[in-house]
Each structure stands twice: as C-alpha cells, then as structure tokens.
Design a protein around this ligand. Sequence first.
Ligand SMILES: Cc1cc2nc3c(=O)[nH]c(=O)nc-3n(C[C@H](O)[C@H](O)[C@H](O)COP(=O)(O)OP(=O)(O)OC[C@H]3O[C@@H](n4cnc5c(N)ncnc54)[C@H](O)[C@@H]3O)c2cc1C
Ligand SMILES: O=C(O)[C@@H]1CCCC=N1
Length: 369
Amino acid sequence: ILQAMSQDYDCIVIGAGVHGSFTAYNLAKKNKKTILLEQFVLPHSRGSSHGQTRVIRKAYDRDYYTQMMEECYQLWSQLEKEANVKLYRRTGLLVMGPERGLAYPAIKSTLERNKLPIVTLQREEFSQHIPNVNLSQGHGALVDMTAGVLYADRTLRTVQVRFQKLGGVIQDGLKVIDITLTGPWANTLLSHTGLQLPLQVLKINVCYWKEKVPGFYNVQNRFPCFIQLESEEAKHDIYGLPSNEYPGLMKICYHSGPETDPDERDRQTDRGDIDILQRYITSCFPGLVPIPAIVESCMYTVTPDSHFVLDHHPTHPNIVIGAGFSGHGFKFGPIVGKLLCELSQGEVPSYDLSPFRIRRFQALSKSAL
Ligand SMILES: Cc1cc2nc3c(=O)[nH]c(=O)nc-3n(C[C@H](O)[C@H](O)[C@H](O)COP(=O)(O)OP(=O)(O)OC[C@H]3O[C@@H](n4cnc5c(N)ncnc54)[C@H](O)[C@@H]3O)c2cc1C
Ligand SMILES: O=C(O)[C@@H]1CCCC=N1
C-alpha cells in the first residue's frame, strides 16, 4: 500500500499524534502532497498525545529547549489566530526543588541567562503567594511567568483540520507494518528498517485529586501549574496543573512509571507511582484528598538522556524520525513539526539538532548506525 501511496504523495507521515500531525501540517503548508497515516481510528486515547491538558513552559535546564520554546510560543499563537481557537492559557509555572540540587539551580540560571520573566519566591513570602502548598525544607521556588496550559485534544483536532483544509489526507485505522516512526511503537516498527533505538515505553497513571475546598487550586483563582523537581523523597519530578478540565479536581502526575508494551498498556497495573504521589500530596498539598479520584492512562517513550530524537534514518535518509519525546514533547509540537518538515525537504534545520541526533546512542544501539 505504501508503495502505491508513494506514487501519489510527496510525503507520508506515520502517526497522527501531536508530532506527526504538526509535521503533516507543515508539509501541507509547503504545498507538499501529504498523507497522514494512523493505526487507530481518530480521535483515540491509546498513545501519548490524548487528554485535555499539557504544560507549556520555558523553564528548562538547557538553553536549547528554552530557546526553541521562544519561537514555539509564537507558532502556538499563530495557529490560534489562524484557526480562531484558544489552545493556550497562561497560568505561570511554580518550580520547586532542592536549592542545593542540580536541577533547580540549572533551571533558574537558564531562565535568568535568557532574560525570561520569573519571580523568585522567598520562603517567608511563599504561602502568601501560593496558599495551600507547603514548600519542602531546603527547596527553592520560582515562577516561570509565561508558562501555562495547552489544550491537548483540541490542539490535535485543530492541527488535523488545518492540515485537511490545506489539501492533506488523513487515513486512520491503518497500521503501517513495514517501516515505522513515531510514538511508543517506534521501536517495533523501526526494527523493520534495521534500526533499534534505545527507547523505553512507560505507562503513566494520570491522576486527578479532589480539592477539600472547591476552588483552592482552581485555574480561575489563578493557581499555577507546578513542577516539584526530583528530591530524596521522589526520584523523579512530580508535576501538576490547576483544576480545570474536571471541576474540583487537580491533575498531579509522577514523571515516570512502570515499563509497558504499548499494545498491552492496560495489563500493566503497577501503582508504585501513585504511592509516591499520595505521600507527596499528604505532605505538600494539604488541601487535596490524598486518594486519586480519577486515574487515566497515557504513555511516555523515553530515551536514556530524556532528549528527543529528531534525525534522518542513518541508512535511509529519505526517512525522517521524530521519536523519544520522553514525556515532555507536547509543547514543542509546532517547532518539531517545522523541524521534521525541514529535515524531510533537505533544508538546513532552523536549530542545531546535535542534541537530538541518533548517533549519540552509538554505544547503545544494536543497528546500522
Ligand atoms: C501523562 C502525560 C503527561 C504529559 N505531560 C506533558 C506536558 O505537560 N507537557 C509536554 O510538553 N508534554 C507532555 N507529555 C508528553 C507529550 O504528550 C508527548 O511527548 C507527545 O504527545 C508525544 O507525541 P508523539 O506524536 O510522538 O506520540 P503519540 O501521541 O503516541 O503519536 C504517535 C502516533 O503514531 C501512531 N502509530 C504508531 N505506530 C504506527 C503505525 N505503525 N502505523 C500507523 N500509526 C502508528 C500511534 O497510534 C499514535 O497515534 C505528557 C505525556 C503524558 C503521557
Ligand atoms: O513537559 C512538561 O512540562 C511536563 C511537566 C514536567 C514533567 C513532564 N511533563
């Protein structure tokens, strides 16, 4: 089928998650005849891009992510205008973490170096600005002022409709079984092209927690998104979004989870991550009931260094790979779409892609690198 399609289309994009959808949209904007293939009937909730909300932020510990986000915010705003739809809500992002650790000082200095608007909160004034949250001993706190919430499901709908309006074709319910590219299934499919990337698929329990007093942590009361950086109590970050999509429920998740086969996600029932969240909520969010009211499922596809893969296939340069978004890729959708489109067209990419090259895994990959 793909062979027949390749005669009719300039570009075939596999996977209609956030990154495949933005890539297809960018290709169609360049007048490339493009088809977007998706194994499941759309919309679906079996990959990594579903759900109502995601965090958008410039608070990173690396300049290159922060700098890519500068342009990315503009691209989000352009799409909102073009489609006349609201995709982003500014809430700010509270970043908390050990002051003597690695991550918190690194994020703070990246934000300062890039002259981004932040507010550093002193311990004495913390509860005046952020009521109903306890700042752990030895932790610092700052607010990334331009951060906020992205409406995820609405984004996918919007990008896919824009793509179709530009003449793009979406074929859902069609699984490519010969070569493949994106999302948790990346490795199974890439193996058909002789490439095995060191990707790990994790199941994430997406937990919603009930406010003891409705409104405590509500978006309308200007409660921000937050990241609690890794500490002795929790080996991975914990992050949350103000109550919004489900009235009276705040979304708080652990930035890791048990390994899973993407086709067997619902058989993975490990809840160790929820235990960690319960302890954290009991100690730091006293206004929430420390038992999740709703648990949904999602997946991360993680690389060993948590950085993305944005590259040509090492032996088939006409195949461009976007994968391994490691649980923080959604906000980059517009810029990843632009970059993958540039790579596919043989253009010089707008950013230095060396942190995202496949060859960084040389020692780890069993393949034709
Ligand atoms: C719980 C959770 C919270 C997150 N929070 C944030 C956040 O706050 N901020 C942020 O920036 N990021 C966040 N992320 C990460 C972000 O959502 C992901 O990085 C992003 O959605 C990955 O998109 P993708 O297009 O690569 O993968 P996917 O969404 O999985 O899309 C890949 C698609 O390809 C399809 N596919 C795969 N193989 C084939 C095939 N052979 N044939 C046809 N189709 C195929 C799949 O069905 C799927 O639809 C979060 C992720 C999760 C799970
Ligand atoms: O990408 C994000 O901003 C969120 C929050 C931090 C951990 C992962 N996803």
